[in-house]
Design a protein around this ligand. Structure first.
Ligand code: MG
Length: 397
């Protein structure tokens, strides 16, 4: 459970690259409907000549998270990166104490910490999954593949939804997640279950309900759901602890869990029975490993959620999802589901058993494609030119 035997790195420079990638299909959720996925990539270079990559999965709008592309660029450049430059580190778990004085901004912190994990893994000729396993008890060696499922956004009709589900099942996805919101839930679940009684099905509400909807939500128990994800407020645990006893369906918390302390509170209060761990949402893989250990000790089912990461963030999450304490299928779909092309190679391909093979090379195990990165950065500059000047403040008149 230590960094014993690892060669240290000294951080020489960190560059931030804002970019925008067109989505193959827009993803409709209760937040809206985005045509692009924006992200900030971080390139970290060390005195030893190693380069590590990380990704900050903030969005253009403060929807899923309070953070945005703008806040990420600001906080990384002004506050986070200066705290790690010149640091000699033997473990990426040394990053949270270095940047802990900066409150909040978990997505930005995660991007920086992820670049350190990648650089350390590459410098020590370990895959990222192998490096994670060094921080876990014996018996938690990574698997070759991670079990995955697919998430389907809000469609216009049940028939439209069924067409997409059939397509995803034909591609080989074994777990289907549907986004719901008030007015788009019972009819959807009833229609899908009538057509496909045996598929592994779950629903994600992205905080669209209140505790006053408890009787309504109880009707979801009729549809044999793997789980109902985040029905109530994004920052709530207490009211979920009032809702869970009303449902037979297992509640999974996503937005509400920002730390291992939140996970402990949620499980001990009975607010949920399943945890969706998004490493970015909990500020990085150090906190993710703490949540992983907690869930293993308390036999709480765990899976890895996605924030439409590019190949950089997707590869790292796939490495985490290959750890055996991640017991349910994760939201990490094949590259072709999201981007064509992505900014990394090789692409992630869905294989038998609804699984994706984890890259075995050093670090995240995928390689940046410089031409595609340049194109994605130019797309950000062309499409969102007003964002960067806003960060520089007004000019004196
Ligand atoms: Mg969710």
């Amino acid at each position: 459970m230590t960094e014993a035997g690892l060669k240290a790195i000294t951080i020489r420079s960190v560059e931030v690259y804002p970019l925008a990638l067109p989505l193959v299909e827009r993803l409709g959720t209760s937040f809206g409907n985005e045509p692009f996925k924006a992200a900030v990539l971080l390139r970290l270079d060390t005195e030893e000549g190693v380069t590590g990559w990380g990704e900050t999965s903030a969005e253009i709008n403060p929807g899923y998270s309070a953070e945005t592309m703008g806040t990420s660029l600001h906080v990384l450049q002004e506050f986070l990166v200066p705290r790690v430059l010149g640091q000699c580190l033997r473990s990426a778990t040394e990053i949270p104490p270095l940047i802990g004085q900066v409150r909040g901004h978990p997505l930005a912190k995660h991007g920086l910490e992820a670049a350190v994990w990648d650089a350390l893994a590459r410098h020590n000729d370990l895959s990222l999954a192998q490096l994670f396993a060094r921080y876990l008890p014996a018996g938690h060696e990574p698997r070759e593949r991670a079990l995955v499922g697919v998430s389907i956004g809000i469609q216009a009709t049940v028939a439209d939804t069924l067409r997409i589900i059939e397509k995803r099942l034909a591609e080989g996805y074994g777990r289907i997640k549907l986004k719901i919101k008030p007015g788009w839930d019972l009819e959807l679940a009833r229609g899908v279950r009538a057509a496909l009684p045996d598929i592994t099905l779950m629903l994600d509400a992205n905080s669209a309900y209140t505790l006053a909807d408890a009787d309504h939500l109880r009707q979801l128990d009729d549809f044999n759901l793997l789980m109902v994800e985040q029905p109530l407020a994004w920052d709530d645990i207490y009211e979920h602890s009032k809702l869970q006893p009303c449902l037979r369906s297992d509640i999974c918390l996503d937005e509400s869990i920002h730390s291992v302390n939140d996970a402990r509170l949620a499980i001990e209060l009975g607010a949920c029975r399943i945890i969706n761990l998004k490493p970015a949402r909990v500020s990085g893989y150090t906190e993710s490993l703490a949540i992983y250990r907690f869930c293993v000790e308390h036999e709480a089912p765990l899976w890895i959620g996605g924030l439409l990461e590019t190949g950089v963030g997707r590869a790292a999450n796939l490495a985490f999802a290959s750890l055996p304490g991640v017991t349910l299928p994760s939201d990490i779909s094949a590259t072709s589901r999201y981007y064509d092309p992505d900014i990394t190679e090789p692409a992630f391909v869905l294989e038998s058993g609804s699984s994706i093979r984890v890259p075995q090379g050093p670090g995240i195990g995928v390689e940046l494609q410089p031409d595609r990165l340049r194109e994605a950065m130019q797309r950000w500059r062309d499409r969102y030119p007003y964002r960067v000047p806003a960060l520089q403040g007004a000019s004196p008149s």
